[in-house]
Ligand binder design. Sequence first.
Ligand SMILES: [Zn+2]
Length: 743
Amino acid sequence: MQRILLLAATLGLISILGAQNQPWKGKFEPIDNLIAPPNTFRNASGAPTKSYWQQRADYKIKATIDETNNLLSGEETITYYNNSPDDLSYLWVQLEQNVNKKGNEDFGAIGNRMKDSMNTRQMQFLTRTLDFPAGYSIKSVKDKNNADVETIINNTMMKVKLNDVLKSGTSTTLYINWSYPITDRSLFKLSREGYEYFPEDNNTVYLMGHWFPRMAVYNDTEGWQNQQFQKLGEFALEFGNYEVDITVPADHIVAATGSLENSASVLNKTQLKRFNEAKTAFDKPIMIITEEEAINNEKQKSKKQQTWKFKAENVRDFSFASSRKFLWDVQAVKLATNTVLAMSFYPKEGLPVWRESSTNAIKQALEVYSEATFDYPYPVAISVNTSNVGIEYPMISFNGGRPIGGQISERRKQQMISTIVHEVGHNWFPMIVSSDERKWMWMDEGLNTFLHQRTIAERYPNASSVTPKTIVPFMSGDKSILRPIMTTSDNELFSQFGYNFYYKPTVGLQMLRNSIIGKELFDEAFKEYANRWKYKHPNPADLFRTLEDATATDLDWFFRGWFFTTDHVDMELSEVKWFTVYENQTNLEDRTNKSQVKLNTEGKNSNAKEQDFTNGPEVINMISAPDSAYGQFLSRLDEPQMRKALSGKNIYEITIKNIGGLVMPVTIEWIFTDGSSEIDILPAEIWRKNEYEIQKTFIKEKEVNKVNLDPNFEFPDTDVSNNSFPKTGQDSDFDTFKKNKTN
Ligand SMILES: [Zn+2]
């Protein structure tokens, strides 16, 4: 018997009507109801409009480090420009150093449990046994008339109740005098800044971040961004110009955001000569302070003070490091529109690997990121060595990674380089493309890690980099603790944020680039987003909209699944059926010379599911379409030509099930009996009509030996054991059959 198949019009219907026993989830519906709507200031294409406004804050600060008491004090002038359409009666100023105050219970809630055995440091995180007087002393807040301004401090936020309403389109000036005890970095969990003490030579490295009272962001979608600082959700900051004078012991070397304005008075003649030479040293770094000189400096312990003057334009923050322990090297990096001084500062404890690799890593990041977005616009890019972790600020970052006794394993060296690339890369996201870190950690970490991993893959090919495979364990993890990427920063678990806010968005962008949009269009769209929002405050909606707007690709299904759910990718290749069609319908007997031909019976359940290709193709009898199938159309298919074209070809109908829930494109690899192979790609839209199961039919000249889904691991498929037909891991019956035949 033969199964009769009308070739016209039926294949499509089968897939529509295929088993659909789960509810429709609207996976391809627009995400308009999930993201912030466009408004007068940011449009539906994801770009800022002509009416877009942003506040601005300029700072003049005189800061002094008291080395004896580890105290930092500052006299600060903030000029705040109200570019908003609103009149403001109060301002919010961030006091992030207050996060370490004992009363800040939320911060202590991270991993706040007793264990059978705990070291003293863990116990301190838990109990705050050593009561350190962290936080600001605000000595005075005055306005431009030198009148006191009333303030109320709510933990890490200070409300400044202006004496006069700040009208839209005007500016005001605040004078704030403050001080705080600098924290020991080892004393608090998640410390990125503070001091590191070296008992061997009785010296300190100061790493000063979020050290001065800073204006909170006021914008069109959030109003005041005055969410408390709890360390995981970092910063939301306004752009402005900075003039900062830093007074430190006279034998200290200071690295800071911005250009050094008084090098002639703070550097000695030798240092100055080397520094000027370094401005054209494009091949390798020049040592401004050598190891020998740094060791000599360690012994000075000067009681005199010296002031370093820095200027920075159009930055959203300012940070600095200071110590007499620093070695210092500088190399010039030429970009298309800017020449940048890449510099590293490190104590001798960072040798030799810091001298060998740090400044070079800065150079690699500057080149790859500039190419992918826009040229690095600032005069310097600095990497400062610390004992652990990495933290970014404009033009300067503090990066962990230190050899032990001068030795460092290849793996730890790669981690160190990776950290430097990452933290330097943050100059783009969020230091220039200034998203709200307090709210959306993934917006800067995810986009930055995407380019960071691209830098590693392109410039350090021997090092391992993040690929879709990297996140499989995370994606297949316990759903009860998984959260969508679109979770606000401080609501994520401490154990999960690395994967959820760094790697998952990275892999999402990799999939968009490599497999969904394509490199050329994606790269243009990514560049478009970066350039639209440089020196501005984008929201997630602006990113989503720009990626669609610049590529003519409907990505709502992707954003919905990848950013708003915890579904994962697991495609199952559940069935492959093999058919052939014969030109000569009448002479069935001629086919008997093909020993493996199977003549199946009709009937719904009569076909046992094939495990491999052993049973050969099912023979399809293609009958002529009756005139009625054409309705009123006058034209007719050229049937003889069609029969000829299909004669002897292999037709494969595959069934794929969506087990994980995420809809994704399907990449199908066909391996033929002659060992050759080819790839077919089905776009994600194949899942529009049935989100759980699809069928698709292919015609192949050659006979297929094996079919694989996602052969190059472009998608983080959590279970690859169901990706092949015949199933992987066992010799297929067909292989056995072929072996027996050839023997
Ligand atoms: Zn980061």
